[in-house]
Design a protein around this ligand. Structure first.
Ligand code: ATP
Ligand code: MG
Length: 414
């Protein structure tokens, strides 16, 4: 059986400028970690792509599934491996190319070759012309009138000549996760509710290279099995493979809510809950050296997300507050949730902390001043401390294709 080789193409955009080496080494590391536990023999970097060579017993299906969650990958492909050094390398490449493209639907195609081992006797242009011609003939024989088109063809059949005993042929692209390699942008803290939006929000920022920790506020009163904590944990487990590790802070929120219910006007309750969530999350973010907060707010989706209310709530924190879904509508968000695998987890019924003590007529257009006044009877610092002191912290790790909780402890010094 011939060995498994996967060719990984990355986005070209981040290659501009002096960051190239940094991003490439991060992508290289991410691939290595994503493939941990599989028999990877070596990862080569011939020019503008990576070649992952596997040893005995590697499963293509498993490897493909793992790479699906590596950010920074534009597309990738399982290559056909052609032993080098037969009587006629070009003929061998031609038949492999035919096998590769014959089942595909296309009207125009191009052959592109890359010779990173310059000792290979055929020049790239010669390979492209000769294999292109061979494919045209075979396609004609098969009654198909596909033609060569070098500029923007439907299908590109690629030939690689890496150092070593093998030649590679591939044409069937698998779309990659896109974005920038994991953990290249710094840290952020995400307020993760258990609903659809904040999980999608988190994924969007991870895709830009941010490394997230998560804060979930949970309420009491839930029967076992319906707690939102369980949902938050499952969401974090689903998100961790994209960034390899994460902390989840579980903050009991009912005491804070009771204070707000007791001491603030009813119409502002939800907005004051949100302010307290932001303040506690901000404190946690500082202790993690995170540089931004993330929420799943989407403009005008619910009463607390009018522009007025978001401005009035957001004023409670000085840390930059990112709302990556501000301009997305629910359908787009649900589609994204399905794609990243959080949809079914968020769809589970759970006991949210906010429905209890819901106001009958929530304010739609609160101002900063109104909220400041509404919370003037609260001891805000004490409530923040209480939240922080009672938080439980769980640490998750992704290794060898599995997510595990590696540690859990009570917060004391966050
Ligand atoms: P989601 O689908 O993320 O729950 P949503 O559209 O239902 O969002 P809200 O429930 O009003 O909107 O919450 C707005 C944002 O506030 C959430 O996206 C999340 O970032 C944060 N948030 C709300 N509730 C919690 C919670 N219990 N724990 C952590 N963050 C929360
Ligand atoms: Mg919600």
């Amino acid at each position: 059986m011939s060995k498994l080789v996967i060719v990984v193409h990355y986005h070209e955009l981040w290659l501009k400028g002096g960051n190239r080496r940094f991003f490439l080494s991060k992508l290289h590391m991410a691939l290595k970690r994503a493939l941990e536990g599989l028999p990877v023999e070596r990862i080569l970097r011939p020019g503008d792509r990576l070649l992952v060579e596997f040893g005995e017993g590697a499963s293509a299906e498993e490897a493909v599934a793992r790479i699906e969650r590596v950010f920074g990958v534009a597309f990738y492909a399982v290559a056909r491996v052609v032993p080098r050094g037969s009587d006629d390398d070009l003929a061998a490449l031609g038949s492999a190319a035919w096998e590769e493209v014959r089942g595909e639907k296309f009207e125009t195609f191009a052959v592109r070759s890359k010779r990173s081992d310059k000792s290979f006797p055929h020049r790239t242009l010669d390979m492209e012309v000769s294999i292109g011609k061979y494919l045209v003939d075979r396609l004609r024989e098969a009654g198909r009138n596909a033609r060569v088109k070098l500029n923007d063809p439907d299908l590109t059949c690629r030939i690689e000549v890496p150092p070593g005993p093998s030649l590679l042929v591939y044409a069937r692209k698998i779309p990659g996760a896109g974005g920038l390699p994991a953990n290249t942008a710094g840290r952020m803290t995400c307020l993760l509710s258990g609903g659809f939006d904040s999980a999608v929000s988190a994924h969007k920022m991870m895709k830009r290279g941010a490394h997230l920790n998560f804060v979930h506020f949970w309420g009491g009163g839930a029967a076992p099995g319906e707690s939102s904590v369980h949902v938050a944990r499952e969401l974090v487990k689903r998100l961790v493979p994209w960034q390899f590790s994460a902390k989840l802070y579980l903050v009991p929120f009912e005491p804070v809510q009771r204070e707000i219910v007791a001491r603030a006007p009813e119409e502002y309750r939800i907005l004051l809950y949100r302010r307290m969530m932001l303040r506690i999350a901000e404190r946690i973010a500082h202790s993690n050296r995170a540089l931004g907060l993330i929420t799943g707010d989407s403009l005008a989706q619910v009463a607390s997300q009018t522009l007025h209310n978001m401005a009035a709530v957001g004023a409670a924190t000085r840390m930059p507050l990112y709302r990556p879904l501000a301009g997305d509508d629910k359908i787009e968000i649900m589609d994204a949730a399905r794609k990243i695998g959080t949809h079914d987890i968020s769809a589970e019924p759970f006991h949210d902390c906010c429905p209890i003590f819901m106001p009958r007529n929530p304010a739609l257009h609160a101002t900063v001043e109104e909220l400041d006044k509404a919370e003037s009877a609260l001891d805000i610092e004490a409530l923040i401390r209480q939240g922080i002191d009672n938080a439980a912290i769980e640490r998750y790790h992704y290794a060898a294709g599995r997510v595990e909780k590696v540690e859990s402890f009570k917060s004391a010094t966050a």
